[in-house]
Design a protein around this ligand. Structure first.
Ligand SMILES: Nc1ncnc2c1ncn2[C@@H]1O[C@H](COP(=O)(O)OP(=O)(O)OP(=O)(O)O)[C@@H](O)[C@H]1O
Ligand SMILES: [Mg+2]
Length: 260
């Protein structure tokens, strides 16, 4: 990296990444996450995978301020350990939930606008952000519809759009394809693929849909029983004996891993 002009010496630039360092979470006798080091950079799509109960949602909760833990969470060089979800959201660390949680009694557009105001945007900026997301996520035609009355696929699409209000730096998506059929999953893949370029953010995607994950992600981080068992690009990870072993218990996932 070139030295900044005028300083006369090389200055250390903070690494642009969302990172956990030695993160451990224990629930009364059960270790849900153990000593996890995970990192995602802006513009990158990282898949966080592992069998049921591996600790993926717990780690999502850690990354987004919902779960107390040992170890550290660092955003672009800043230690944000212990920050609240609201504070993290305001500096651009966002998430979706495994179960969609839309604001009831509001339209599609109002859901986006409320989320934008919630992360600190002005009314005008919230409106701009909403208009952009309605267009990019093909929600314009249903902007005035009651959000919680939408068909499931659209509800999930809106949930993802809502996490992107105000150009976040990092977004964690917890099972965005859950319950979608193959066609809807392919459509989601195309949409998510475009997100880092359109929004400049880093994505962490948690999914059991291996067909989606293998096509979508630049890199994978695999956990099992709370521990990291593999990291690497999709081709490396799907050939990793520890990963195959972890998935053997789940016939469907194992098959998808082999053929996805
Ligand atoms: N609040 C909690 N209290 C006690 N145990 C919990 C709590 N939350 C999660 N766990 C346990 O921690 C482990 C990890 O759960 P987690 O929900 O993070 O897994 P996951 O990888 O997201 O699973 P899934 O793929 O089924 O969503 C599980 O054994 C779960 O039962
Ligand atoms: Mg989960």
């Amino acid at each position: 990296m070139a030295a900044p002009v005028g300083t006369g010496k090389r200055e250390q630039q903070p690494e642009r990444e969302l990172r956990t360092s030695g993160v451990t979470v224990r629930f009364a006798g059960l270790t849900a996450c153990e000593d996890i080091d995970l990192a995602v950079r802006p513009g990158e799509i990282l898949g966080l995978i592992g069998p049921n109960g591996a600790g993926k949602t717990t780690l999502t909760n850690v990354l987004t301020g919902f779960q107390r833990h040992a170890g550290a969470v660092v955003v672009d060089g800043r230690d944000v350990t212990g920050w609240s979800p609201q504070r993290l959201s305001r500096i651009g660390v966002r998430r979706t939930f495994q179960n969609v949680r839309l604001f009831a009694g509001m339209t599609v557009a109002e859901n986006l606008e409320a989320a934008a105001l919630g992360v600190g945007l002005s009314r005008a900026a919230a409106r701009r952000s909403t208009a952009g997301l309605l267009e990019r996520f093909d929600l314009m035609a249903i902007a005035g519809s009651e959000a919680t009355a939408l068909p499931y696929g659209l509800e999930r699409r809106l949930g993802i759009a809502r996490a992107l209000v105000g150009d976040p730096r990092y977004v964690v998506l917890d099972e965005p394809a859950a319950g979608l059929d193959e066609e809807e999953s392919d459509e989601l893949l195309a949409r998510l693929r475009a997100v880092p370029d359109q929004y400049g953010c880093g994505l962490v995607v948690i999914e059991h849909d291996m067909r989606l994950i293998m096509r979508l992600c630049d890199r994978l981080h695999v956990i099992d029983h709370g521990r990291t068992i593999a990291t690497g690009d999709p081709a490396q990870v799907r050939a990793d004996p520890a990963v195959i072993e972890a998935y053997l218990g789940s016939a469907a996932a194992g098959k998808a891993l082999a053929h996805g």
